[in-house]
Design a protein around this ligand. Structure first.
Ligand code: RFL
Ligand code: PHB
Length: 391
């Protein structure tokens, strides 16, 4: 097998990149190790930034998002028994959209199956070789057979646990990492969200987040210790803890309860691998960088990377110039580090570290109070949350 761009991984990054390359007339093949049902059900992100919304619309994948997605004009930060609203359009002129990653993935897969390019499920990539040659290869297993895909370029969209990053030699690749001393217990519940907008709550018992998937399905998260078994939390305990963490001093907030349909635990990590390109191998999305979910940035960063990358491949295809491709890593890393900082800031401001002193708790409250009382501080949060311009 032979193609121009071989894409490893069919998450949002790989699927959108394949769509954009196909539209630009660049030949590509996408290899995904899981089956279609698994990829379409994997519960993850829920918030799309303006740039992500624009990119999905521009490539023809925005129709259902515009029909079923929920545009949001703000979020609430809750701390010290009170809430403050961050008004996105008022502070930045931008909005975000609640539309689940599962739905973005379903929409992109449906387009691929209808229009191409070639998308292989259950194709497990075992190695990417020849990054420093003109013809890198992808070795993979499909239908029990070992196969080789010869490419002009390989793009690793295979997430944090993927194999492509390892095609960049240890001596070249630099990694930066921070692991946090807490995780998120996430639930889906069949109950209308108790607030029209997301609530990020700081509480001495731990962080909590109220989000949603639709007008009838709530998505809620609780900060829990690392290594927590989701099954060790009963439904009753989860609702009780959410009540305590979202409580307002005047007692006016009431969290509606409903059947819990899923429980899972996600550890929190910040990670960046530099550079995002070595020879003819490039990385995009979680394969190159991870953020803790508190800033809602992971999916959006993945989309931004592949928008920049598709533009670079299209430029190469039409003009023969590799100029944009050569700039890819630097262009993306500048934005990546901004999102890393914002995600770190949101995470460390909203989660009490189990080891932290009362002094540090006071600093967190003071920072949140600053956002509540200063347009400048609120605008800084709003600008980062709704997303910086892409590339
Ligand atoms: P993905 O989605 O991990 O996809 C990688 C794909 O590669 C496949 N793969 C392989 N295929 C072939 N051969 C191999 N050897 C392979 N190894 C791996 C995998 O099966 C998979 O299909 O990476 P991608 O495309 O870069 O997308 C990144 C996003 O999924 C991720 O950043 C977000 O989900 C992060 N995230 C959020 N991001 C947001 O922008 N907004 C949010 O509100 C948000 N909330 C979240 C989140 C992530 C969470 N978890 C579970 C980590 C909330 C949570 C709880
Ligand atoms: C979600 O809806 O899953 C979600 C929303 C906002 C975040 C993280 C996750 O910051």
């Amino acid at each position: 097998m032979r193609t121009t761009v071989g894409i490893v991984g069919g998450g949002p990054a790989g699927l959108l990149l394949a769509r954009l390359l196909h539209q630009a007339g660049v030949d590509c093949v996408l290899l995904e190790c899981r089956d279609r049902a698994y990829v379409e059900q994997r519960q993850r992100a829920g918030i799309l930034e303006q740039g992500t919304i624009d990119a999905l619309r521009a490539c023809g994948a925005g129709e259902r998002m515009d029909r079923e997605g929920l545009p949001h004009d703000g979020v609430e930060l809750r701390f010290d028994g009170r809430g403050t609203r961050i008004d996105f359009p008022g502070l930045t002129g931008r909005q975000v959209m609640v539309y689940a990653q599962t739905e973005v993935v379903k929409d992109l897969i449906a387009l691929h199956l209808a229009e191409g390019p070639q998308l292989l499920f259950e194709a497990q990539v075992t190695a990417v070789e020849g990054a420093d040659t003109d013809s890198p290869v992808i070795r993979f297993t499909h239908s029990g057979r070992e196969q080789t895909l010869h490419c002009d370029y390989v793009v690793g969209c295979d997430g944090f646990h993927g194999v492509t990053r390892h095609a960049i030699p240890d001596g070249v690749r630099q990694t930066f990492e921070r692991v946090y001393p807490y995780s998120w217990l996430g639930i889906l519940a069949d109950v209308p969200p108790s607030s029209d907008e997301l609530i990020y709550a700081h509480h001495e018992r731990g962080f909590a987040l109220l989000s949603m998937r639709s007008p009838s399905v709530s998505r809620l998260y609780l900060q829990v210790p690392n290594g927590t078994d989701p099954a060790s939390w009963s439904d009753e305990q989860i609702w009780g803890e959410l009540d305590a963490r979202f409580a307002l001093a005047d007692g006016s907030f009431k969290l509606a309860r409903g059947p819990i349909t899923s429980k899972s635990v996600t550890p929190m990590r910040s990670f960046v691998a530099e550079p995002m390109r070595y020879g003819r191998v490039l990385l995009a999305g979680d394969a190159a960088h991870i953020v803790p979910p508190t800033g809602a940035k992971g999916l959006n960063l993945a989309v931004a990377d592949v928008v920049v990358l598709a533009r670079a491949f299209a430029h190469l295809h039409t003009t023969g110039s590799a100029e944009l491709l050569d700039a890819y890593s630097d262009t993306c890393l500048r934005r990546v580090w901004r999102a890393e900082h914002f995600s770190y800031f949101m995470t460390t401001t909203l989660h009490p570290d189990p080891e932290q002193s009362p002094f540090e708790t006071r600093l967190q409250i003071s920072q949140l109070d600053r956002i509540a009382s200063s347009q400048h501080a609120a605008a800084e949060v709003a600008e980062n949350y709704t997303g910086l311009p892409i590339g």
